[in-house]
Ligand binder design. Structure first.
Ligand code: GLN
Length: 289
């Protein structure tokens, strides 16, 4: 897609949106806005304020490249190597899941359950931290808390560390590389996890943005999609403090089986939260004593 340096920001947006819609891209206008703002190195308010400003040489070249990549169904996050999550900018690399707005449901649930404990030095763990989006958002919300991020992927551990540093949280967090089943017993106040939960056979049917760009390790939940929940159910009880809660993300249609697995692991389901599309997405668990 070629853009003339003299084209206005508004006209460039219109062209992008039209091309993205034609290619069957769901969030055409949102993606167009993110790519145009990144190409022109402006923020959204500047786009709204000065829509008639010409794009300029460099931005036109950049936008041309970004648009072609998006039309080839590469997600915006992968093109820009970052994603806005909660109130933070999170760096994203190819080896980790693109943090989704769906996962912000877990932060919302944490606030609903722990909101009145924002002044406490809570101990927080993120099991399968990936980019580190969840642990970073929680450390931002609970400003006196300390976090432990765990991931089996060394790439994810490195990126979580980088995001913790970039957010200024390196003094309040540790990153541990390994399998969460090998963690020593602990007394966390809050444990979050967005584990892989897609049934292996379904991965080939997902959108190209997901199937071709999210790492399999972060998606594949085994034959029935529930493997990671089985393994979390083995450990949550011994990692939670007496009044601690765990908040776990799961996929569409998994509320019942996931709830049953955790009940069998000695945990008590305490609430289910929906994502912005109204799909049940997060389960809150307590220790059953
Ligand atoms: N939410 C992602 C999707 O639907 C999957 C992430 C995961 O398996 N944790 O594509």
């Amino acid at each position: 897609m070629e853009f003339d340096a003299g084209i206005s920001r508004r006209a460039a947006m219109e062209r992008l949106i039209h091309a993205f819609r034609k290619a069957g891209i769901d969030e055409a206008a949102y993606d167009a806005r993110l790519l145009l703002c990144a190409a022109a190195q402006i923020d959204h308010s500047s786009l709204i304020r000065d829509p008639d400003e010409p794009l300029g040489d460099l931005a036109a070249v950049r936008l041309d490249r970004y648009a072609s990549r998006r039309l080839a169904r590469e997600p915006v996050t992968r093109i820009l190597a970052s994603r806005g999550f909660w109130s933070l900018d999170i760096a994203v690399e190819p080896d980790v899941l693109d943090p989704r707005p769906d996962s912000e449901t877990l932060i919302d649930a944490a606030l609903k359950y722990m909101g009145e404990r924002q002044d406490e030095a809570l101990r927080i763990a993120d099991l399968g931290s990936g980019s580190g989006a969840l642990v970073c958002a929680l450390l931002d919300v609970f400003q006196k808390s300390e976090g432990l991020a765990v991931d089996i992927s060394p790439h994810a551990c490195n990126l979580t560390s980088r995001n913790l540093r970039q957010c200024g949280f390196q003094n309040r967090a540790r990153v541990w590389h390994g399998d969460w089943r090998n963690l020593d017993a602990a007394r966390f106040d809050l444990i979050v996890s967005n584990p892989p939960y897609i049934p292996s056979a379904d991965i080939a049917t997902l959108d190209p943005e997901v199937r071709n760009h999210d790492p399999r390790l972060a998606l594949d939940g085994g034959a029935d999609g529930l493997d990671a929940f089985r393994s979390l159910a083995e450990v949550l009880q011994r990692l939670l403090g007496p009044a601690g809660i765990a908040i776990v993300e799961f996929g569409i249609g998994q509320t019942e089986p996931v709830t049953r697995l955790f009940e069998a692991g000695g945990l008590e389901p305490s609430g289910v939260f929906c994502d912005l599309a109204g799909i049940e997405r997060a389960l809150v668990l307590k220790r059953s004593h």
